[in-house]
Design a protein around this ligand. Structure first.
Ligand SMILES: Cc1ncc(COP(=O)(O)O)c(C=O)c1O
Length: 407
């Protein structure tokens, strides 16, 4: 039994069965303690976590500076509504904006950030023309934007829409990286194009530079806003502070969540200065958004990334993962493609990827499978070369076995 546990995993599983709505598929262990890329279950078994917090724990588990910042903050203010100013919100806003652009609004999750961005795009053109004339939003096949009605409608994957209809009107879906297809969908009622610069849930699909440049040009020409969903690609995940910084293209609005406060619930969207006044008082708000606790965690997250040189580490470790998986691809015909951008890593198989997750877990390595055939990792930015090598060894053993078994 791990010292942080008060009972076995099975006892917790039984309690969930009685009291928790069973909408998640969960692995049959209760996790009780984590440090960096290591995490332990109730029985005391250690795991190397290559998917900490589904991308939220960008510094791994319980990063000391973030823990201390939270501890300091809770002694003074935990929550303050947005009818007041707080130093913490001002400081985090400044830290984000000075590394990107514009002005920021704080929410609590990725889906909320995207809802706000969609509202802002519609409001921006409603204000200009004195009525809602431009309302349509173009999004992309295999994208993922969240689970609330606006975001789930923006998510062009039928499996997430089943049984939910009618969805929010005013969305059109285009194939990713296909500029001509997007152009064909634009009409005079289109107010925005929304996409992830690297699709995460959709299988680590990287938007090409030409595609993003073309979208920017199209938006400028047709009077539309370009919105990047950087919920997964933001906060250093790709080796730059934000995914758009790999290109010459700057979006008009950028949404964020997941890693921005190292695992404390926090979302945000930024917009260019001239767009910000369209979000007039009363039209959008969040009770918890920008609370001092999340803000303190966010500031400490950014300080840690900067002071520990983690953008560099992210790039170096990304190359290391790529070398391992590229070598494995040479050996294993079941590997169709390897895609990496910083600490977003996808290994696409030509067989289902899900069995790899349980097999790796048995051997003490936590990974994810997405889009049926893609083994996916979202490691912490502070992962070490030893951890990369160990994780790749286990994944490689598992994939070799799957190839041999034809599973
Ligand atoms: C790109 C992207 N956008 C939005 C979301 C939704 O974020 P949340 O679950 O915090 O609402 C996710 C979650 O995986 C995501 O990957």
């Amino acid at each position: 039994m791990h010292p942080a546990a008060t009972r076995s995993s099975q006892q917790t599983i039984d309690q969930f069965a009685k009291y928790v709505i069973p909408n998640y598929k969960r692995y049959p262990v209760a996790l009780v303690h984590g440090e960096g890329s290591a995490v332990w279950d109730a029985e005391g078994k250690p795991y190397l976590d290559l998917f900490p917090g589904w991308g939220c724990n960008i510094l791994g588990h319980c990063p000391p500076r973030v823990v201390r910042a939270i501890q300091r903050q809770v002694e003074h203010l935990i929550h303050i509504p947005n009818t007041w100013y707080t130093e913490a919100q001002g400081n985090f806003a400044e830290a984000l904006v000075t590394r990107s652009f514009g002005k920021v609004f704080f929410a609590n999750s990725g889906t909320e950030a995207n809802e706000g961005a969609i509202k802002l795009a519609r409001l921006h053109y409603a204000n200009k023309s004195g009525g809602t004339q431009k309302f349509r939003v173009i999004t992309f096949e295999n994208g993922f934007h969240g689970r609330t009605f606006g975001s789930v409608t923006a998510t062009a994957q039928p499996k997430y829409h089943e049984g939910l209809g009618p969805l929010l009107p005013g969305f059109r879906y285009a194939p990713f990286n296909d500029l001509d297809a997007v152009s064909a969908l634009v009409d005079d009622e289109t107010c925005a194009i929304l996409l992830e610069p690297v699709q995460g849930e959709g299988g680590v699909n990287i938007a090409t530079d030409e595609f993003l440049t073309g979208l920017r040009e199209l938006c400028d020409r047709r009077g539309m806003l370009l919105i990047f969903d950087e919920v997964q690609t933001g906060m250093g995940r790709t080796g730059q502070w934000f995914g758009y910084q790999h290109t010459s293209v700057q979006p008009d609005i950028m949404t964020m969540a997941k890693g921005i406060a190292a695992g404390v619930a926090c979302g945000a969207f930024l917009c260019r200065d001239h767009i910000a006044p369209s979000l007039r008082p009363g039209l959008h708000a969040s009770t918890f958004g920008g609370n001092p606790l999340a803000m303190a965690a966010g500031i400490a997250t950014m300080e840690t990334i900067e002071e520990d040189g983690l953008l560099d580490n992210c790039r170096v470790m990304s190359d290391r993962f790529l070398k391992h998986f590229a070598a494995l691809k040479e050996m294993l015909p079941i590997i169709r493609d390897v895609r990496t951008r910083g600490m977003m890593i996808g290994v696409e198989l030509n067989i289902p990827a899900t069995p790899a997750v349980a097999k790796c877990m048995e051997r003490g390595v936590l990974i994810n499978a997405t889009h049926d055939t893609v083994v996916r990792l979202l490691p912490a930015l502070n992962i070490t070369s030893k951890q990369v090598d160990l994780g790749c060894q286990v994944i490689s053993d598992v994939l070799k076995e799957m190839a041999a078994d034809g599973v």
